[in-house]
Every structure is written in C-alpha cells, then in structure tokens.
Ligand binder design. Structure first.
Ligand SMILES: O=C(O)CCC(=O)C(=O)O
Ligand SMILES: [Fe+2]
Length: 331
C-alpha cells in the first residue's frame, strides 16, 4: 500500500499548467547562505542574577533582531527527541489511506494534513505531510501507545521550556511574571510533527509555504537534513541544523504583546531532492479567551482575543488561500 501522499495525482493540473510557465520555475533558489542563528545557552539562567540578566538580554536581542534563535542545554533530553523522531517515522510510514482516514489515531478529522488543499500554484503547494495535535487531545490517542506517551512527555517538557523562555522575554518588557501562567494552560498549546518526503521539484515549490506562526513562541526540533529558511532583510536565509540545539521563533501573539518589539518572522521549508526530512514543533498558545493587549502605549495593534485571531485567519485562508495575520489588527 502506498505510503506517500498522492501529490502528483491531486495537483496534476497545477503541475501541468506551471510546466511551461517560466515565472514558476525557480522561486525556491534565491537563498544566499546557510546561517547560524544566535546560539544561546539556557544553563546560564541558573548561574545567578548577573548571568540570568545577561541571558535575558541575549534572548531579547535575538527575538527583536532576528525573531529566531537557537538554545543549547535546553533540558529536553536528546534521548527523548530521538524517540520522538523514531515514533514520528513509524507513524508516517503507515499507508496513506490509513493516515488520511478521518479517525486516524482517534483524533479529530483535521489532524493529518498533506499538501495544501487551497493550492493554486506550485509556489503555494506544500510538499509535506503533518500531524497537528492539540495538547488537550493527546490523552485520546489510546491506540498508538508509544507515540502517545512520547508525545505526552515531549509536550510536558516543551511546555515548561516555552514558559521559561516566555517569562524571560516578558520580564525584559516589564510584563508581570505570572502573565503566561495565568493565560496559558498546559493544554492550550499544539504539537505538530512534520515530514517532508524527497521532492523531485524542490527548486520549484516549497516543502512548507512561507508563513508566520500563530502563537507566542515555537520550539522546533529539526533533523540534520536542513531546509528551514527565514526571511531577513528581504532575502531567504537557511538555518543551519545544529544537533544539540532547538530552534525558537517568535510568533504573532508575542509580536502583538510586545508592541512590535519582538518579531514574528516569515519562514518556510525547502524540501530536499533526495532525502526525507523530519521536524517537530511545539506552538505555545494561550487559552481561546485570552485577550492580547500591547504591553506599551500607544499600541500598534488593537486588542484581540486568541479566538478572534484564529477565526480571522480561518476566514482569510478560506477567502484568499493565505493567512493575512497581524496586519489585520493594526491601528
Ligand atoms: O519544519 C520546520 O523546520 C518548521 C516547520 C514550521 O515552520 C511549522 O510547522 O510551523
Ligand atoms: Fe512555522
């Protein structure tokens, strides 16, 4: 039984119509270099007040200059991340028909995504498959015990790490220390496992379309293949994989909360031509009722609840094929 999603079959018309369209040919190859993101050592947080302050300044600078950074000594054991990848490989090796079944893993119908249902051209067709799981639903996954328990363990560890980072970033802005404890519950976040099959046309189409993340911050564990790119000064920059590090990026909600000081940066993934790539991302989110309000005045954005933000995105994606995002909420 076939494992790979039927990209060519489903998107036949798009592949045919773009075959002789010169414009479509090389949208993915304008990368100029592989970049090492700011690399920050989390163990400094526990060395005393001076080191802690230095750590906070470092991540705050990375969050405002880059919107992205990497952390080492992050407290999520390498063994656990290895186990997650192993389980991830196993689950994506299931037949496509099994993965696409609406009851797959006993989770909701939209958990499994492949390609982009709204793709209109190669440039907005994602050559990847993903399992997007709400943390509150993990306990329902009773059939795949190892996957479930591994995800559970990862989500718990990632949640603590996300909270720690968010609190440091907030402290730098003068936001009260318990802001995240009050507004994020351990089940308001999401975990996404991504798989990028080898892509014969990786110079023509993204593995994951350019986007910003809809959360406070994201923790990404990527394997050695590479392909994650972020937009900096109008150019695409590749993030060099570092096996010891986790990638952290600021999401839309922290950009709004920080009144534009921290940047939610557009990023994408380019799939590899020959080998598959895996990544897992933890999206640190508040409860739906949480109202996001700029921490300083005058605010760049009007207040909005997380629920309103998600609903607006859903509307925009349906209407335009893309998320409009924070610019909708500018004052
Ligand atoms: O695969 C990656 O490295 C990043 C994936 C990503 O940006 C996402 O899942 O939002
Ligand atoms: Fe992302």
């Amino acid at each position: 039984m076939a494992v790979e999603p039927p990209f060519f079959k489903k998107y036949k018309a798009i592949f045919q119509s773009s075959a002789d369209d010169e414009k479509e040919k090389f949208p993915m190859v304008e990368v100029f270099e592989e970049f090492e993101l700011p690399l920050i050592d989390l163990s400094h947080l526990n060395l005393g007040p001076f080191e802690r302050q230095k750590f906070i300044e470092q991540i705050a600078e990375a969050a405002s200059e880059w919107g992205f950074f990497q952390i080492v000594n992050h407290g999520i054991p390498e063994e656990l991340l290895g186990r997650l990848k192993h389980e991830q490989m196993k689950v994506f090796q299931q037949p496509f028909d099994t993965k696409a079944n609406k009851n797959f893993l006993n989770l909701s119908a939209h958990t499994y995504r492949w390609g982009n249902p709204l793709a209109t051209s190669l440039s907005n067709l994602s050559w990847s498959e993903a399992l997007h799981i709400s943390v509150k639903d993990i306990s329902k996954m009773d059939e795949y015990y190892n996957l479930r328990s591994t995800i559970e363990e990862c989500a718990a560890k990632a949640d603590l790490l996300a909270q720690k980072l968010a609190e440091c970033l907030a402290q730098n802005l003068g936001i009260k220390p318990n802001y995240f404890q009050e507004n994020c519950s351990s089940s308001s976040s999401f975990l996404r496992m991504n798989r990028y099959p080898p892509c014969p046309h990786s110079s023509m189409m993204p593995g994951f379309i350019p986007h910003t993340d809809t959360d406070f911050l994201t923790i990404v564990s990527q394997d050695q293949v590479g392909g994650l790119q972020l937009k900096r000064d109008g150019r695409w920059v590749s993030v060099k994989p570092n096996p010891q590090a986790l990638v952290i990026n600021i999401g839309d909600l922290f950009q709004a909360l920080s009144n534009g000081i921290y940047k939610s940066i557009t990023h994408r993934v380019v799939a590899n031509k020959e080998v598959e790539r895996y990544s897992a991302a933890y999206f640190y989110c508040p409860t739906y009722e949480t109202v996001i309000e700029s921490c300083s005045k005058p605010g760049l954005y009007r207040n909005f609840s997380f629920k309103e933000y998600r609903e607006q995105i859903e509307k925009d994606v349906k209407a335009t094929g893309d998320k409009v995002g924070l610019s909708r909420f500018l004052l």
